[in-house]
Design a protein around this ligand. Structure first.
Ligand code: C2E
Ligand code: MG
Ligand code: MG
Ligand code: MG
Length: 276
């Protein structure tokens, strides 16, 4: 009897089951099942013409409705999804949702031009991402011009060659490509020039203190000028005040995104914004 008092006697489950029981209590374990349990939702934030004030596009931003914790910020769970590789499936799901959504909006007669989807470097490095994109286009019957992919500047710098190769393939499929959080990732201009980019997103940290902060004003101007000379268009992130929007549009920037126009909202709420 004494000999049988191994650790199994203190456990309700076999080793395998106990492992998954423990996992179920961790955020990582719950993240693992969140897709199946339909706890994710894609929110959409308007991207607005600074000239006409119209909604021209949307950025898809994932939300996790945790049954106990409530809304968990992507800033918390995206890094976890990247570490575990789960971002490959999650990111594919977001892209498929966005493709379905833009097709739906077009069928409803809305003039919105594109949905921009964030792509993690892990998706590019750990999957045949261009094939995934192609599959989603086929499956959803989505015109590739209606999708834009956002990748952060730091991702580009970490995996330059493979990213350039994948971007070229995605570009050939007809999607638009944007660099997110621009100005925070120390990219070299020679690398930037090699990417088949359409757009640069000025990071919100440079927008926050406009128009008063002279350094940020100089940085915003420099990014805008550089993007223009490389042939990229520019959108400013984190536009919260009319004074920021005025500064940006006087500078020549034609697109903005931020709380001034709308927070990210559900697809249903976004449809109402489009109808207005
Ligand atoms: P991001 O792609 O740079 O997205 C912009 C973030 O700024 C969003 O935060 C958005 O809600 C927030 N934002 C928008 N307008 C304003 C504003 O006027 N002021 C301020 N202070 N913030 C504003 P969110 O939704 O919490 O997402 C955070 C980050 O999580 C995103 O940064 C992106 O890097 C990542 N993320 C979100 N969804 C996805 C996804 O589907 N896939 C991947 N790989 N990453 C995602
Ligand atoms: Mg983004
Ligand atoms: Mg950003
Ligand atoms: Mg960011």
């Amino acid at each position: 009897q004494v000999k049988n008092k191994g650790k199994n006697n203190h456990c309700f489950y076999s080793d395998d089951l106990s492992k998954s029981a423990v996992e179920r209590f961790t955020l990582e374990g719950q993240l693992r099942h969140a897709l199946v349990r339909k706890q994710f939702e894609v929110y959409y934030q308007p991207q607005v013409s600074l000239i006409t004030g119209e909604i021209i596009g949307a950025e898809a931003l994932i939300r996790w409705n945790h049954p106990k914790l409530g809304l968990v910020s992507p800033a918390t769970f995206i890094p976890m999804a990247e570490e575990t590789g789960l971002i490959v499936q999650i990111g594919e799901w977001v892209l498929r949702e966005a493709a379905h959504q833009i097709v739906r909006w077009h069928k409803a007669g809305h003039a919105i031009q594109w949905i921009a989807v964030n792509v993690s470097g892990v998706q590019i490095m750990r999957s045949n991402f261009a094939d995934t994109v192609y599959g989603i286009l086929m499956e959803t019957d989505c015109n590739p011009h209606m999708l834009e992919l956002e990748i952060t500047e730091s991702t580009v710098m970490q995996n330059t060659e493979y990213v350039i190769d994948t971007f070229n393939r995605i570009k050939q499929l007809g999607l638009k490509l944007a660099i997110d959080d621009f100005g925070t990732g120390y990219s070299s201009l020679s690398n930037l020039k090699r990417l088949p980019l359409d757009k640069i997103k000025i990071d919100q940290s440079f927008v926050r203190d406009l128009p008063d902060d002279l350094d940020d004003a100089a940085i915003a101007n420099a990014i805008y000028a550089m993007a223009g000379s490389l042939g990229f268009s520019v959108i400013a992130e984190g536009v919260e005040t009319q004074a920021q929007a005025d500064f940006l549009s006087a500078m020549g920037c034609k697109e903005g995104q931020g709380y001034l126009y709308s927070k990210p909202v559900t697809a249903t709420e976004f449809s109402k914004l489009l109808t207005k």
